[in-house]
Design a protein. Sequence first.
Length: 358
Amino acid sequence: MNELPMPSDLRASAQPESSNQVTVEPPSVKLIVRLFLIPFLIVATAVGVIYLISLMAGRDPTIDEAITGLKSAGGERTGELLVGPGSKQRYLYAKTLTDKMKLGMTPEQREKLSNQIIDVLDHYTRPEEGEVEHFLLLALGRAWQTDPQHPQADSAAAAAARHQAAQTLLRYAASKDIPTRKAALLAMVYFRGHDEEVKQFVPILSATVSNESEDLDVRLAAATALGPLASRDDRTAVDSLRSAMRDSDPRDVELVWQSALSLAQLGQSDVADTILKLLDRNELASVQVYDRETDPKNPIFRKLSEAEQERILINTMIGVEKYNVPAVQERLKKIAENDPSQRVRAALRSKAPRDAAQ
């Protein structure tokens, strides 16, 4: 049997005779560029891009950036859903519009932004994007939110743009998609103070509240909007809210509550007992609500969470701040002084406008 060669034997045998050795030339400049410089430039460029992205990630996009981004593609479609980073980014752009808008825009700014949002809604948004469309509808409403204490002069162009925005909300309020109808109705709240548009909204809102065949969440949205928008002598609005309050189905208790709150905002003193219950933590802790969102296929009755109780307390406190019923005003004072939640206690001291989408 031949012995296995040692590594040193292999190396020795692999060495060429001295007379046959080939001189190895140093690498050329072209080779060095190809092997080292080009990869270095590629890596440097990638690092630069990542750095710029990290800078962008450290701040929210501007409104103009959000509008531009919303005109880009929205991810890949899987079944009835859009997935992927493109879809998520469009969602973030749409949310930016609702988060960024503040009071104090000029009529020209409102006109421009309103027209841009309508363009995105009608030409760059697909139904399967869901919440992107909903945030855009809320943003369209908020574009026309004004401070009643500081009204601005209205130009003819701004009035025309606001009218077009109102017509757009009315159009989407008739959508076959339930969440879209809900978002469009809630967005109408922001038109408070614009009487011409409000006159168009109130009949639709009233009809929706009293329509027992309509989805409950859509009726809730309409009831929420009626309180701030309707006038105290609007019998159609008041009667529709009273009709909803008579709903005895325990699954619809939230509609009863919201209808009572809107009636209180319209100065109806006979709903004070319901308002006092909404301002009572013991009542809220014991009530059962019909949860249709956690598992839509298997809705159940459950108690309100602490966060939900606080939200109801805060919304009620803000809604009845000027409700001229002594018992309610006394309850508000006690809550502001003694409630265990600092957030609840501070609710009436806050000057920030109420968000209708809460």
